[in-house]
Design a protein around this ligand. Structure first.
Ligand code: FDP
Length: 352
């Protein structure tokens, strides 16, 4: 019998030291401290976005359980009315932001008109636009969806109410923008400009967003294009020639590109931000102005892409320079790696 009593030590679980963890609260606070004179209102708005994202993520996780927990419009076992997820997300944004004293006015993709701050609450100096649940046609298939937000400073000063003037802006006026992605994990990605885009992943065990993707930079050029090619025959000749170009065999320029299209803008743009390439929703004969909403989808995503070193265009002009004329205006868009978007513009404008 062996006298060697040594045993293989049990594997230690991998534990992240507290010193290595940067919570979103800490990160936002540190950013605020690096801007002396900041009122803290923008930080407050970002904390509220994180909270809203967590509340929506909790409900999204239950979306597949409708047969068990109850259908929309019915009363569930707890005696609560089951709300449609996009209505829930919309209400969640409105209720979490209307009383904070930080906002002047809001607008939601789900509401026809601007959402005023109720009289009983204090008014603030920021303007919030949001798409509470983007890609919602994907919910029942358990595919990633997201919430998108865009923040501006108010421009009107008088009276007790923000107006359309505060909301109909150019994307380049945004002071912050971002999204919460409800995917295999929940992520919050945001920018406040200065060429900085950061991503945080929700650790469900502690209910906190932790810095997981600091300083995201989009590659100069990618190898993936993302587009609903089902509408190819409805697209312009330039767009079709660009798609042909992406599909040609030319190893020197990394073609053909791979195609990836989730059909959920937040997921498609998130992948584009991380891996590079191009996401596009061009004009079609059925939707000559494009499909995606300028204020709730295009502008915030364009700000993120550009702050990460990429480019965003309508195909003819810089996306962030488009002056909004209507709250629910749509726009054709091309965004992603700089070289890919430049090439798309060449085809769109007929330069190639
Ligand atoms: P959805 O209709 O599912 O809400 O603008 C909304 C959006 O999704 C985007 O998230 C997505 O990129 C796009 O529409 C998908 O549109 P198509 O089905 O026309 O491709």
């Amino acid at each position: 019998m062996s006298t060697d009593r040594s045993v293989t030590p049990a594997k230690q679980p991998i534990v992240t030291k507290p010193s290595q963890i940067v919570t979103i609260d800490r990160y936002i606070l540190e950013q605020q401290l690096s801007h002396p004179g900041a009122s803290g209102d923008l930080s407050g708005l970002l904390y509220d976005i994180a909270l809203t994202g967590k509340m929506i993520a909790r409900e999204v996780k239950k979306a597949g359980l409708v047969d068990i927990l109850g259908h929309t419009g019915t009363i569930n076992v707890q005696g609560e009315e089951v709300q449609k997820l996009d209505d829930y997300a919309n209400q969640c944004f409105i209720k979490n932001f209307d009383h904070t004293g930080r906002l002047w006015v809001m607008a939601s993709e789900e509401e026809d008109d601007p959402v005023p701050i109720p009289e009983k609450f204090q008014m603030g100096s920021y303007v919030l636009l949001f798409d509470p649940l983007d890609g919602s046609s994907n919910i029942d298939a358990n595919v990633s969806i997201g919430s998108i937000f865009s923040i501006y400073r108010r421009v009107t000063e008088d009276g007790r109410r923000g107006t359309l003037q505060d909301l109909l802006r150019k994307g380049c006026d945004q002071v912050a923008a971002g999204y919460v992605l409800y995917g295999s994990s929940t992520m919050l990605v945001y920018t406040t400009g200065h060429g900085q885009v950061d991503g945080f992943t929700l650790d469900p065990s502690i209910g906190e967003f932790l810095l997981s993707h600091p300083d995201i930079r989009i590659p100069e050029q990618g190898g993936i294009y993302s587009c609903n090619e089902g509408y190819r025959n409805l697209m312009s000749a330039g767009t079709r020639r660009y798609l042909d170009y992406l599909q040609e065999d030319d190893a020197d320029t990394g073609r053909p590109y791979s195609a990836r299209y989730v059909g959920s803008m937040v997921a498609d743009v998130h992948r584009t931000l991380l891996y590079g390439g191009i996401f596009m929703y061009p004009a079609t004969t059925r939707a000559p102005g494009g499909k995606l909403r300028l204020l709730y989808e295009a502008n915030p995503m364009a700000m993120l892409i550009e702050q990460a070193g990429g480019m965003a265009s309508t195909g003819r002009e810089p996306l962030l320079e488009v002056q909004a004329r209507e709250l629910h205006e749509r726009v054709p868009l091309f965004m992603g790696s700089k070289r890919d978007v430049e090439r798309a513009i060449e085809f769109e404008t007929g330069a190639r």
